[in-house]
Design a protein around this ligand. Sequence first.
Ligand SMILES: Nc1ncnc2c1ncn2[C@@H]1O[C@H](COP(=O)(O)OP(=O)(O)O)[C@@H](O)[C@H]1O
Ligand SMILES: CC(=O)OP(=O)(O)O
Ligand SMILES: [Mg+2]
Length: 433
Amino acid sequence: MSKASRNDLVLSVNAGSSSLKISLYKVLSPSEYKTSLAGPEPVELLLTSSISNISSPPAKFSFKNLSGESTGSVKGQSINSIKDHSSAFAHFVEHLSKEADIDRNRVAHICHRVVHGGDYHDPVVISDETYHHIEKLSDLAPFCISDLPTANSIAFFDTTFHRSIPSHIASYPIDQSVAKKRGLKKYGFHGLSYSFILRAVSKFYERPVDTLNLIVLHLGSGASVCAIRNGKSMDTSMGLTPLNGLPGATRSGAIDPSLIFHYTNKAGRISHDPDMAINLHVTQAEHILNSESGWKSLTGTTDFAEITQRAGEGSEVHQMAFNLFVDRILNYIGSYHLKLEGKVGAIVFSGGIGERSIELRKAVSEKVRCLGYNALDETKNESLDDDKAARVVGIDVRPEKDSGVESRILVCRTDEQFEMARQCALEDKFWHE
Ligand SMILES: Nc1ncnc2c1ncn2[C@@H]1O[C@H](COP(=O)(O)OP(=O)(O)O)[C@@H](O)[C@H]1O
Ligand SMILES: CC(=O)OP(=O)(O)O
Ligand SMILES: [Mg+2]
């Protein structure tokens, strides 16, 4: 298959616990783009769609067409027929043909964000042979394959970016024969996001990726931090599973592991987790700590914007949740700053909360000043929403003698779907059989 043929579209699918983000890209031929550091990218966004509230219906469907090929946009429409990820995907495909007038046969590849890659590193074409290895992790793939039968499904892993973590950091201090047999080590997650952010910051600084040391905060419903040294992940806050590290919408994050046995005496029992995107059978312990903790358990809402607003209105529980998040974030910034020997190009905020919470960026930025970071430029911090066009924005006050690349505070609008489409477009083996 050649990139110049009619099968020139790539669809990126990012299934979250209760959301589905889908973007459609046109793959450009090498003559249409340059691969220079600051050059244009090999894919062009045609449309995006997001379906949220899948586990608490009615689901909300949004669709935005950006291409000149046709027009159309739907904003947050409630759709009763969407009950799960597969019906959400089917709704999207229907929309693709009807409203956007795009022939589904033009889709050459569907890129799936698979959270846990296990021992896989490189993207894998999902076939009968590989499917059983990742079936637990991408329940949606079979539906995509049946809805778009002419397209290949390719799994991209969140864990890949972290394979550079040194073994003394990735290992747990437990019996190593058990650890090896069962693969018990730190894998780390949000890797597609970190890859995207690293490249975006490299463009912003006009410096090669391998010269950058960064502390990146991916703060969404699931939240993690990554220490990047010379363009490679050296540590990250999530571990064997996404449960470790920072709290999230419904995750506890790091706790004393013994806590769960004091919380319930049924910790080891199998629980059917209705909230998971994928119907995995997990223990009660995992269900409680992944799905019944975090912001939901502290405040009753998973919406961090609401938590911040209520904290501002004087609610103590909301203020406690906000302060707790800042505290846990500082745990990682402090230790990663030290691991990077104080040579940090930037702290980068990203993810739904990092990109949108003025208050959280302000609270964290004030605390890191003692490490040599500049003061926050309040106007820039508050006007970020108006600056949608920029991928990376500096929100700190620039010193007079500006070294340009040290200790800055940045915000990056991350894009995991784009990262997959880009990697797919650049991988020759997917285009030449
Ligand atoms: N204005 C805002 N202020 C603070 N947090 C926000 C705001 N808007 C959205 N969020 C948070 O962003 C989260 C979604 O982030 P996102 O990165 O899309 O998450 P995920 O991909 O993990 O589902 C929501 O759960 C919400 O708490
Ligand atoms: C790994 C993880 O938490 O993913 P997400 O933030 O998309 O839920
Ligand atoms: Mg996410």
